[in-house]
Every structure is written in C-alpha cells, then in structure tokens.
Ligand binder design. Sequence first.
Ligand code: ASP
Length: 312
Amino acid sequence: MSALGGFLPFNKWSQESNAQPPKGNKPVVVSTWNFGKEANKAAWNILSGNGSALDAVEAGARVPEGNPDIRTVGYGGRPDRDGFVTLDACIMDQNDQCGSVAALQHIKHPISVARKVKEESPHVMLVADGALDFAVSQGFEKEDLLTEESRKDWEAWKEDADYSPEINIENHDTIGMVAIDSKGNLSGACTTSGMAWKMHGRVGDSPLIGSGLFVDNDVGAAAATGLGEEIIRVNGSHLVVENMRRGDSPEMACKHAVERIVSKNDSVDGIQVGFIAVNKEGAYGGYSIQEGFSFAVRNSKEDKLVDAPHLN
Ligand code: ASP
C-alpha cells in the first residue's frame, strides 16, 4: 500500500505492480464504431498538420452528424417515440473546459453548439429549447432533421411497439472520439441521437461530462457508447480515466469499468456498453460487455478498425 492509501500520485505508474507504461504514438485519434474510421480521417487531417486535439475531435464528430445514412447520430438520426429527433452532445478540452447540449432539436451539428456553449456562454450545459435558442443566436441554421427513412422506420415501429421504449443493442450507437495532439494535449467529443424511440425528454450518457466523455490532460481521455442509463450509473468515462490514473493501461481501464457495470446488474443479457480510451503517452484501448463493439484508430502508423475485446 502506498503512502497515499492505495491511490497513486497523479500520472505515476504503480511501482508495486511493476506495471510498465504502455507505449504510445502521438498524435492519435480513437473513435467508436465503424463510422469512426471516416470521422478519424477528418480528425487526422487536423492532427497530422499539428492542429489541436480539440479542433480534430470537433471536425471528426461532425462527419457522422452530417451523414443521413448514419441513423444514430445527428441529421438522419432516429426520432424519439413521439417522432422528434433530439440530439445530445458534449466536448471537453485539455484545460478541463467543457460544453454540452441535450435534447437539442433542429440543429445538424450539436457538437459545434456544445463547443460554443464552452466558449461563448458562462455555462457548461444547455438543454432543449434553451439550447436551440442559443444555437440560433450563434448563427446555426434551424433544419428539419427527420429524414424520410427515419420517418418510415418510426411509422413502422409505432405499428406494433405499444409506445414502449425498447432497450436492445441495435437501436443506438454514438460517436465518441478521443485524441491527443502533437503538443501532447488531449480532447474528446461525443454526439448522438440517443436511443431510438426513447421517451420524449430522455437524455442519455452522451452529453454528460464524466459519463459519455471525460478528459484529464494529466492522465488521459475516455468516451462511452451503449446503453446510456448503465453508463450514467457508474459515471463511466470518468471511471475509465480514474482507472488509468491508478496505473491501468487504456484497455484495462475500459475493462475494469465494464466489469463495474456488470457487477451492478443481475444480468447483462441484451445490454451493450463499450468504452474507448487514450492515455497521455498516446496508447489506446477499448473494451465492451458484449461481442460486436468496434473502434477506429488513426495515427502515423495505423488507420484501422479494431474489434474490441469483450467480457461475454
Ligand atoms: N449512449 C447512447 C445513449 O444512451 C447511445 C449509444 O451510444 O448507443 O443515448
């Protein structure tokens, strides 16, 4: 046991466990799911030109937000059970500054509104109509985000859904993105349309600093995807970063957070949660409850999709 009662000093690796700092390669960007690969391309354009991690994650997150074929993020995202497309997003930088919007309608790029909240308001989080008013005041255009495909899906769902939100592993997928730049600064972004057919007003983990995303420039950054209610209950991304602070590699930090969620449930059948993380050295990792979670990595040597290791 260390003099700090088991807690390691900031950014120091455990001497007791003989853990070696995992080797990393900076800059690097890591994003959730297969669509993360396309998003990483936009982020890498910035990182490879010595741009900031903050600019990189915003640019990357805007890619799936603007793509109507991605039905779980931004424009084209599936609506709630009343037919409203409501978006959640947050962003956090190397100075612990963060911005967030939740239940935002009519704005295609909530990640950029979240950044404006961080930089142009005295607050961290704005929701619903207040977030929309703020976005419009900042020059964002009001648009209809419900595409024909998503409207048809909703009509079909209503036919036999009994108006009940469904919790399963298919009807959601957020982009969470974490990056470290050539100066060694970390930032992250997270954006989603949330769980399809959710109750109107439901907010998941994705816009909540500490749940969907957390960054500590001394240690690392983490982001989450999956069933938001479970991620919120353990403050998942903060937990991953704290695990890294205590000496875990990014992958082990994600695994331990997954195990925490599993330990809180009698059964995790049908529940998916995945985490990604990057540390101060540029090492990365991810982990999920169930098989099927993938994450995308881009650095000077790699541009790849990784099937995340999983518990079940
Ligand atoms: N975490 C998101 C939410 O609960 C959805 C997802 O990432 O799959 O809204």
